[in-house]
Design a protein around this ligand. Structure first.
Ligand code: TPP
Ligand code: SF4
Length: 256
């Protein structure tokens, strides 16, 4: 959808849950964070939950979203977004709490928080951006770096004999979360589907069912050192081959 701005230039319509004064956003050109946050913004709009939202972002490039939404927001220590949002939700069960983080935050330094929140079935929604590296600090190896993938700390490619295989977060969460969990993996290369997964993850919290987790395959062209075509190909061919797209746990059959 397009809308005319005051200067008569056509602009893409922004979700009303976005904070317009903070745009243009601060992510690099071609970064997937913006696509994930657009999906989240549209999902918030469509569910009509803007007034109830609390958005938490992590350290890593997700922190650039600290003023992204026109909702109560908090920026937390590395990987601690999950327990911070958990505490807020426990203190006020009326809120809809979203913890947003990178794969470094969620699967390395914050993995204990993600794992235990999932085990306890906390009624929050965690959205994790999997871009295969530590983006903000210059592209070091992350738990999700693919076998053979070159990063700043794996200049000859990730050797899984040394570091083990890449973490499959949704599979881990799906294995340990109690009944009522919603777990899915989407990709920025299919935003319509990704928005649907995020919407179901929010609806699951609205319904009070249990823990919700959506991993989003994403791009980091700055550190991957890829052009637009190479970026897309890496997500579509390499990432989705290892990280399978789809829903792993879905307690509700109803449409949202
Ligand atoms: C305790 C701690 N250790 C290390 C850092 C440095 N640090 C900041 S961002 C970051 C990487 C974040 O990567 P990821 O979570 O994958 O998010 P991305 O930037 O890729 O979106 C690291 C290691 C830190 N801020 N705090
Ligand atoms: S460094 Fe990577 S993850 Fe961070 S804003 Fe730039 S492209 Fe996005």
């Amino acid at each position: 959808m397009q809308e005319l701005k005051e200067n008569n230039v056509l602009q893409p319509a922004m979700p009303t849950s976005w904070y317009e004064a903070s745009k243009p956003h601060k992510f690099c050109p071609g970064c997937g964070h913006g696509i994930i946050l657009k999906c989240l913004g549209e999902a918030i709009d469509e569910l009509g939950i803007k007034g109830k939202m609390v958005f938490g972002c992590d350290i890593g490039c997700s922190l650039l979203a600290w003023d992204f939404f026109d909702v109560d927001s908090v920026q937390t220590h590395h990987g601690r977004t999950t327990p911070v949002i958990t505490g807020m939700k426990r203190a006020n069960t009326d809120i809809i709490g979203v913890a947003y983080m990178g794969d470094g935050g969620g699967y390395a330094i914050g993995s204990q928080h993600l794992f235990n929140a999932a085990v306890r079935g906390e009624k929050i929604t965690v959205i994790l951006c999997n871009n295969g590296n530590y983006g903000m600090t210059g592209g070091q190896m992350a738990p999700t770096t693919l076998p053979g993938m070159k990063t700043e700390t794996t200049p000859y490619g990730r050797d899984i004999e040394d570091s083990g295989p890449p973490t499959k977060g949704p599979e881990m969460v799906a294995a340990v979360a109690p009944e009522g969990a919603y777990v899915a993996r989407g990709t920025i290369s299919n935003p319509r589907q990704l928005k649907g997964f995020i919407k179901k993850g929010l609806q699951n919290q609205i319904d009070g069912n249990g823990f919700s987790f959506v991993e989003c395959l994403s791009s980091c062209p700055t550190n991957w050192r890829t052009n637009a075509a190479q970026t897309w190909e890496f997500i579509e061919k390499d990432m989705t081959q290892y990280f399978k797209i789809g829903e792993l746990r879905a307690p509700q059959a109803k449409e949202v």
